[in-house]
Ligand binder design. Sequence first.
Ligand code: 2HG
Ligand code: ZN
Length: 434
Amino acid sequence: LTSERYGVQRLPFSHVSNRDLAFFECLMPGRVITDPDELKLFNVDWLQSVRGWCLTGHLVRCLHFGPCLGKRGGTGILICQAGCILENLSQYLESMDFTMPLDLGAKGSCHIGGNVATNAGGLRVLRYGSLRGTVLGLEVVLADGSILNCLASLQKDNTGYDLKQLFIGSEGTLGVITTVSILCPQKPKAVNLAFLGCPGFSQVLETFTTCRGMLGEILSAYEFMDDKSMKLVESHLKLSNPVTGSPFYVLIETSGSNSAHDEEKLNHFLEQAMTSGLVMDGTVVTEDKRIKALWALRERITEALTHDGYVYKYDISLPVKRLYDLVTDTRERLGRSAKNVVGYGHLGDGNLHLNITAESYSHSLLEAIEPFVYEWTAQYQVSISAEHGLGFKKKHYIHYSKPREAVHLMQKFKAMLDPKGILNPYKTLPASSL
Ligand code: 2HG
Ligand code: ZN
């Protein structure tokens, strides 16, 4: 049980009464859920590792109304409500020759409000930067019920503090994002995807340096995965890897405006990478359907892992040179007590996803992993949460990445904006002694 495993003490919140239910039913007829089985879907996380005890739901369902795209001076500015699904937004934008600056494996189910609240990174950070740069404005409901309108759609606005940044990446602990304005680039005219096998991690790194030099402005993603992650995708999801037999794989995407120019550049790079032994084998695709199929090999690793057993997840920012050392050291430390220790991630952003699987949850395995992984990480003064946030399980480890004064100031913001602690309780920050 979550409360026992993690020692959660319920805060002194009131309970939902029949009067409350009647109020919500009046506000959103037919949308209030009280059936325990239906509620389970919202109370248990998708990894099935923790559960909450909500007796009623659900607000988000009413926040899914459609997007609109403005093109001030040819620049695409999307304004949409928080409940829009990322993939629907992408399709809407593509039909108008624009693209979403954010893409991630969960695009078919995740909501843009959640993406912004967690400052989700994903596969396009290398090209378009994080949501901190592309989100132009937000509308947020504060803990006292008032609406904060920071819904600017200007690229430049230095009037006072940039309040929207407080809510981006705050994991819903400071306010509920209800509307988002986001800057969307033009849809690239030519996209190529190369899936390559490398003989070792040092070659993965050298291939990155080479392709950054040779592909420069058209490079839009550089992802890596180890052989073990690919094996899981093959065995659990029955996807076939077109380039087998390498200890490491990389996905290199180019996005540009001139296909002949981009292909020539890519071919030059591939020739160089093959002749110098950086790459053992590979395939290049340009057709939309085949691009999607290759991306699935990378995007669906997370899903494959859930079929492998209980998953311990770590999302670390590291100097790229050290990125795989953490995987090797963890594998060696855990030996046979883990089922699989895999490493993959957004190498172009210095972001490793270290995942460890076991047949079922084991407290002693958790103790062998934590704080080892955090201490290992802290020696490089980097981040124990690169793009996923601290959430419920990692809030006590914030000190590995942030100085005491910074955590204290965060707690002060929290106390000011949410004095009763009603917004996403028990997440992101350790309890304050303020
Ligand atoms: C990804 O890059 C996601 O696939 C999920 O950020 C990472 O499950 C994970 O560890
Ligand atoms: Zn990721």
